[in-house]
Design a protein around this ligand. Structure first.
Ligand code: AHN
Ligand code: ZN
Length: 326
């Protein structure tokens, strides 16, 4: 041990001596520091926001859990000091004829700013665990920790951070309903019913439409990796570059993979259709499944499969993108 230490010591002295000869710079290499974050995104806080939602039970439109959670989201946005909260309530019809009472909830920060960014996530949860192998479980609602809870949890924590330090631009934090009442058999527009209603009834005053949008969907999975989702890359490449570039600068390149991923029918598709370039941060190339996170539409989508590290990487990246806008 002693001997090795002496070798290491003499080696480092040699390195110091060599570098002193070739350059005037200090011999201690400056530690590579990641981009400074104006406000620290608190992953524990985000985790607790996810847990609070899961504690309401499934947030299936028309259920008590759904009604109680809506009130919680409105109250929490207000507690975070947003300028206004808009609740957009209506009834939509699902593919199977079910009438769904829905509520799209939007909190606005700097509500009069002309320059704005839209951040969104769906807050409803799927009434069917139809990705379970055991068919007898297919009609049980999922807990929706990752699918429903995670995106909203990250956005609530971002709302809390934006109160600590106000951004220059305006930020619209939108929780869309009835994303997950769709069917794989048939038309793709059976999904994202809340967002489809929203794009046709946007509550924006003249000129206050956001310049771009970022959708967070299932961002809390264990060891989550986010590839550049295919539609996002095609429809809003500069937004993808902006977000993946920030992630890389923050040294989250291991979480935000610089590769094209699968193509997902999701809320961002409808936002793009009304001329707002919008991307989707979502796992679309999970190594176990080749697509979504393994807990997707199963009863394992619970708190034990939520990873604070994933929430942190996504939350800090998106938060810094916001602070970076002039
Ligand atoms: C489809 O399976 C067509 N879209 C999935 C979007 C989704 C469901 N995100 C969360 N749950
Ligand atoms: Zn889902």
């Amino acid at each position: 041990m002693k001997f090795i230490n002496i070798i290491l010591l003499s080696l480092s002295l040699l390195v110091v001596a060599c570098s002193a000869k070739t350059e005037e710079k200090p011999t201690v290499a400056p530690k590579k520091v990641a981009v400074e974050s104006p406000v620290e995104f608190n992953a524990d806080s985000a985790y607790n926001y996810v847990k609070a939602q899961v504690n309401f039970g499934p947030r299936v439109p028309g259920t008590q859990g759904h009604i109680r959670c809506a009130q919680y989201l409105v109250d929490e946005l207000k507690r975070c000091g947003v300028d206004t909260v808009i609740e957009q309530k209506t009834t939509v019809t699902a593919f199977n004829g079910d009438k769904l009472p829905i509520n799209n909830i939007m909190g606005q920060v700097n509500k009069d700013a002309m320059s704005r960014v839209l951040l969104l996530a769906h807050w409803d949860t799927r009434p069917w665990a139809d990705a379970e192998e055991d068919k007898s479980k297919h009609n049980t609602p999922i807990p929706g920790a990752n699918d429903g809870g995670s995106g909203v949890g990250v956005l609530l924590e971002i709302a809390r951070c934006l109160q600590i330090k106000r951004p220059t631009i305006g930020v619209d934090i939108l929780f869309v309903d009835a994303e997950d009442y769709g069917t794989s058999f048939g038309a793709e527009n059976t999904w994202c019913l809340g967002t489809q209603y929203w794009v046709n009834n946007m509550p924006y005053k003249q000129g206050r439409v956001p310049q771009y949008g970022i959708l967070l969907d299932m961002v809390g999975g264990i060891d989550a990796k986010f590839h550049r989702e295919y539609l996002s890359q095609y429809l809003a490449p500069s937004v993808v570059d902006k977000v993946w570039g920030m992630a890389s600068a923050l040294e989250y390149g291991n979480v935000f993979a610089n590769q094209i991923g699968g193509s997902i029918v999701d809320d961002h598709m409808y936002i793009n259709q009304v001329g707002i370039p919008c991307i989707d941060i979502i796992e679309s190339q999970n190594p176990q499944t080749g697509s979504f996170n393994p807990t997707w539409h199963t009863l394992d989508d619970n708190m034990s499969n939520i990873d604070s590290k994933s929430l942190k990487a996504v939350g800090q990246t998106v938060l810094n993108v916001i602070y970076n806008e002039k």
